[in-house]
Design a protein around this ligand. Structure first.
Ligand SMILES: [Zn+2]
Length: 114
């Protein structure tokens, strides 16, 4: 009578990735990752303190990865990525590279008041 109890129920627990994350700023579990299929960037927003960041989205990324980027950005560990196509480069923060340095020859030759 070798009747063994077979109780090998293979329960495959597929854990869905978390949808909300803890915000490093306000400590609330309110950070959501918004990413559209095919988009190169994802927007990570905290619904509590409104902290948000746009992060690059790689094909292998999950919302957890985007959250990690967001975390680095809002905590100051990483610089915010520049999103191409959203405004001109003139909107750069002050203290950046000074591209327009040097004299302006046009004005120098014409603006003579003597
Ligand atoms: Zn927050």
């Amino acid at each position: 009578m070798g009747r063994k109890r077979r109780k090998i129920i293979r329960r495959r627990v597929v854990k869905p990735p978390p949808k909300v994350f803890v915000c490093p700023i306000c400590n609330q579990e309110a950070v959501a990752v918004y990413h559209e299929e095919g988009e190169e960037y994802a927007r990570v927003v905290c619904a509590s303190c409104k902290a948000s960041a746009e992060v690059k989205w790689y094909p292998a990324y999950t919302s957890v990865d985007a959250y990690a980027e967001f975390y680095d950005i809002v905590t100051g560990a990483k610089k915010v990525v520049e999103v191409p196509g959203s405004g001109s480069s003139e909107a750069a923060e002050p203290g950046g590279e000074d591209l327009g340095s040097g004299g302006e020859p046009d004005e120098a030759s014409q603006g003579r008041e003597d």
